[in-house]
Write a protein that binds this ligand. Structure first.
Ligand SMILES: [Zn+2]
Ligand SMILES: [Zn+2]
Length: 263
């Protein structure tokens, strides 16, 4: 059993649970491989649009993050496999900075995720999953919910196609994150064609998908990212689906696991 998407005390919007708390709890749950994938520091020059600017870890904390994990990886060797990873943001317009970051830190990473949380709209950036209020505001400014969905899937496709160098993560994060507030803001338009395209592009590039259980615990989402119908398509395309809890505290490890499709 593997949990491929776990945050840590280095996340400014997460809990202060120690690495050891996660690791010990993971072993209790029978997890044999765990990947810590903290939000990578955002590129210099990018302004985090969230009110507290707490979307990602700080650059100055990155060495300590890597160092602590290197020690724990050795300490727990033979008991549980610990991967050092990052959840790297794909930010349209910051490809160069992101590539430079990956070139520098990629050699220290053994399992990472590339995710879209930020959408570029009329020269400014929005954090798509921050809150229902922000999402509602985006709907107004973008000119309709389908425009937000369009922007999300367009950016997601860019993230998959973009050349971010040889250390680009192989796993694409929560590919239906735009559904996070769907119980409040249902989208009347189908994006099946866009999603199909995205899956084909993932397949062609030999990438994996983050099969993310966090949405099941979000009261306005209540489904994994991606939901079963899309997961089934991915499985038919032989795309590896790597379960991830997206835990921001130790007790969230394996969240949503029971609700995922298992073939
Ligand atoms: Zn987070
Ligand atoms: Zn994420």
């Amino acid at each position: 059993m593997r949990d491929g998407h776990v945050h840590s005390k280095f996340c400014p919007h997460g809990s202060k649970d120690a690495f050891q708390t996660y690791i010990e709890h993971a072993m209790e749950l029978g997890i044999t491989t765990i990947s810590f994938t903290e939000h990578a520091p955002l590129p210099a020059g990018f302004t985090d649009p969230t009110p507290l600017q707490d979307s990602a870890m700080k650059m100055e904390d990155l060495p300590a993050y890597l160092e602590e994990l290197a020690i724990l990886r050795d300490k727990y060797r033979g008991k549980i496999t610990i991967h050092t990873g990052l959840e790297v943001d794909y930010i349209e317009g910051f490809e160069k900075e992101t590539t430079e970051f990956l070139n520098k830190y990629g050699p220290f990473l053994t399992d990472s995720i590339l995710s879209v949380h930020f959408l570029k709209h009329e020269g400014e950036y929005d954090c798509l999953d921050y809150s229902p209020d922000v999402f509602g505001d985006m709907i107004k400014r973008y000119g309709g919910i389908e425009k937000v969905y369009e922007a999300y899937f367009r950016t997601l496709l860019l993230s998959i196609k973009s050349n971010l160098g040889s250390h680009k993560p192989k796993r694409i994060g929560h590919i239906t994150l735009v559904n996070k507030f769907q119980k409040k803001y249902p989208c009347p338009v189908s994006f099946n064609k866009e999603i199909r395209n995205i899956l084909l592009e993932v397949q062609q590039n030999n990438y994996e998908l983050d099969y993310n259980g966090a949405g099941t615990a979000k009261p306005l989402c209540l489904e994994p990212y991606p939901p079963t119908a899309i997961a089934n398509q991915a499985i038919q395309l032989n795309i590896p689906m790597i379960y991830g809890s997206d835990a921001h505290q130790a007790k969230e490890l394996l969240q949503g696991y029971e609700q995922l499709h298992r073939s």
